[in-house]
Design a protein around this ligand. Structure first.
Ligand code: ADE
Length: 225
């Protein structure tokens, strides 16, 4: 999978992809990540990427021109299945969208700033708008990192244990059950007996019940789906 991220703050995206699973995904060839600085495509002498909004009002708008030049350039080089805009008024990111996106070949992610991008970018280029939650970030970069992480870990071969992504919370609209490791007793706190029984059928039933109970208590909305 190839992901192109369009941003005015490329350095913000260095950290999240240079470690652990995201790093390995790139080393193993599952992810080809390209971060583009929108400022490099500014046509003004001062390399501006924003300006006042027409009609007046507080807050700057990201200029159409540099973004358009960059998107056209990338689209001229290959085709993209999605051009995503990170914005608080987009669809709320859900596991189902992550699953769907993990099957794509090439996607672009545009990170907004200030009041957002000139709306003509949204009207003419953007195929999908995503929010990572009902709060406002200072830019779309952290949201883009969340999208990339949640999508890339689902690509077959990225996780060592192929089955573990399938048993994540949300994958079947249930939260994951509690997990335990050694020692079986610590400070007098015991691991549930059933997990030590070796009876895989009973363990599976217990995990399902725990998942259901957690979901009822913490996210009853998931059970309505
Ligand atoms: N940009 C600013 N806030 C955001 C949010 N909640 N989700 C995605 N992008 C954003």
């Amino acid at each position: 999978m190839r992901i192109d991220i369009l941003t005015i703050l490329p350095d913000l995206l260095l950290g999240p992809f240079s470690d652990s699973i995201m790093k390995r995904a790139q080393e193993k060839g599952h992810l080809e990540l390209h971060v583009h600085n929108i400022r490099d495509y500014s046509t003004s002498k001062q390399k501006n990427v924003d300006d006042y909004q027409y009609g007046g009002g507080a807050g700057m708008v990201m200029l159409i021109e540099p973004i358009s030049i960059l998107i056209d350039k990338l689209k001229g080089e290959r085709s993209y299945e999605e051009i995503i805009y990170m914005t608080p008024d987009g669809e709320l990111l859900e596991q189902s969208a992550c699953n769907e996106l993990s099957l794509k070949g090439n996607i672009m992610i545009l990170c907004g700033h200030y009041k957002g991008v000139d709306d003509r970018i949204r009207q003419h280029y953007i195929t999908r708008e995503i929010s990572i939650g009902s709060y406002v970030l200072s830019g779309g970069e952290l949201g883009a990192a969340v999208v990339v992480d949640s999508v890339v870990r689902l690509i077959p071969g990225v996780l060592n244990d192929e089955t573990s992504a399938l048993t994540d919370s949300f994958q079947d609209d249930l939260l994951a059950p509690p997990v335990y490791s050694r020692p079986a007793e610590f400070n007098g706190w015991k691991v549930p007996e059933i997990l030590l029984s070796g009876d895989t059928g009973k363990i599976e039933d217990w995990r399902y019940e725990q998942s259901l109970e957690r979901t009822k208590q913490r996210r009853p909305d998931l059970l309505d789906k």
